[in-house]
Design a protein around this ligand. Structure first.
Ligand code: UD1
Length: 382
């Protein structure tokens, strides 16, 4: 509920969330804003927020469950864009987001991550002359065949404030000619959300439900087009997972994109009773799995970071990663279908890096972001 305040002391933000990996980045921001408003010191603005859900993800277990678990208030508007080609999705979000900006007249549009919703809303705001703040800025895989890389490049080129999770991101932005004054190294906001759920992670019931013993199972998530969209590739991956499951139980919550492709290749998991293909799981259960798995095999950006935080060995089935700090500092390693067995053996033999936690992955990132936004607001009014 908005408090009564003089209009001139209001900093108005539109926050955009659209797809599963966005929700854990928005939750800490909303919390930090509430805290700032509850302890408003003189000279600081009241921060008004308007929460937009683009509807890019819409299934209960891809969206609502995260709102519930992370205590995110219902969105002020859902643009209900749904699925479609990249152009369809991006263009439809743009068409539906523009009137929201015109009506709400925010000082800033805050976008997070690298999904199509991030790109679409940044474009609309920039064209309307509204300032854009990008949270999780500067990550680069240098692989433009990844749709997210295009989203990152364009969003960062348009953004007025670029909040980075690691110092490699600062270096990337500087190389692209972004003025240093716009780049703010604030740390990893995903880790804010993770730290806020640690108590609940301890009481997760997923292990009992699936009959798992900590450190004796493998956690798999795969949904990138590069892994799942080509039938022959997916077939090979599933065969390897089946083989692995003869040694350790393998749990694989299946993303809707992957589910569709598994149906297309008519993959039957019946041959492999220890390969458990389940529906997508919620945030807290996923954190429990990342913390307690023997190792994680994934192509998700978030899981590369969460395993680094928990110091769980992680194999990333990709040719590159936009999160190199999870390799240089954390527990992550790139793998391929060719090297997978050897890479798994290294982990089983204990030959993996224990890693450390990167700087500013400390649960305080959202507070740093709010502080920067308030500072900008004051600068403009000075
Ligand atoms: C999107 C992001 C990706 C992120 C991923 C996390 C882009 C370009 N990609 O990929 O960066 O890692 O989300 O999940 O933004 N579907 C459902 N229910 C849903 C959502 C999707 O069934 O709630 C199905 C639809 O058939 C859809 C397909 O999944 O066509 C893919 O969804 P989409 O949002 O296009 O991309 P993701 O693969 O989820």
């Amino acid at each position: 509920m908005d408090k009564i305040r003089p209009k001139k002391n209001v900093l108005k933000l539109i926050l955009v969330a659209g797809a599963r990996p966005n929700f854990m980045k928005i939750a800490p921001l909303l919390k930090a804003i509430d805290q700032q408003n509850d302890n408003l010191s003189s000279g600081n603005p009241f921060i008004e927020t308007f929460l937009v859900h683009t509807g890019q993800h819409y299934d209960e277990n891809m969206s609502e469950v995260f709102f519930r678990e992370l205590g995110i208030r219902p969105p002020d508007i859902n643009l209900e864009v749904g699925s479609g080609s990249h152009s369809y999705q991006t263009a439809t979000i743009m068409l539906r987001f523009e009137p929201v900006c015109l009506e709400q007249k925010p000082d800033w549009v805050v976008v997070v991550g690298d999904v199509n919703s991030t790109l679409a809303c940044s474009l609309v705001a920039a064209k309307l002359g509204i300032k854009v703040a990008h949270v999780e800025s500067g990550l680069r895989s240098f692989d433009r065949s990844m749709p997210e890389e295009i989203n990152r490049l364009v969003t960062d080129a348009l953004a007025d404030l670029l909040f980075t999770p690691s110092t490699d991101a600062n270096a990337n932005l500087k190389k692209e000619g972004i003025p240093a004054g716009k780049i703010k190294f604030v740390g990893n906001i995903m880790i804010d959300a993770l730290i806020s759920r640690l108590d609940e992670v301890e009481s997760s019931k997923i292990a009992e439900k699936l009959n798992f013993v900590p450190k004796k199972f493998v956690y798999v998530t795969l949904h990138r087009p590069s892994n799942v969209d080509r039938p022959e590739n997916l077939r090979q991956i599933m065969k390897k997972l089946g083989k692995l499951s003869k040694k350790f139980p393998v749990v694989f919550p299946v993303h809707p994109r992957t589910r569709k492709m598994l149906e297309e290749i008519s993959f039957g998991s019946k041959l492999y009773p220890q390969l458990k293909l389940i529906e997508p799981i919620g945030y807290t259960d996923s954190l429990w799995m990342a913390k307690n798995a023997l190792f994680v095999l994934t192509d998700s950006g978030g899981l590369q970071e969460e395993t680094t935080f928990f110091r769980t060995p992680c194999l990333t089935l990709r040719e590159n990663t936009e999160r190199p700090v999870t390799i240089t500092v954390g527990t992550n390693r790139l793998t391929s279908l060719k090297t997978l067995e050897a890479d798994i053996k290294k982990i089983l033999d204990g030959r993996y890096k224990r890693g450390t936690i990167p700087k500013y992955w400390d649960g305080q990132t959202a507070k740093r972001i709010v502080k920067c936004l308030v500072k900008e607001w004051k600068k403009e009014r000075a």
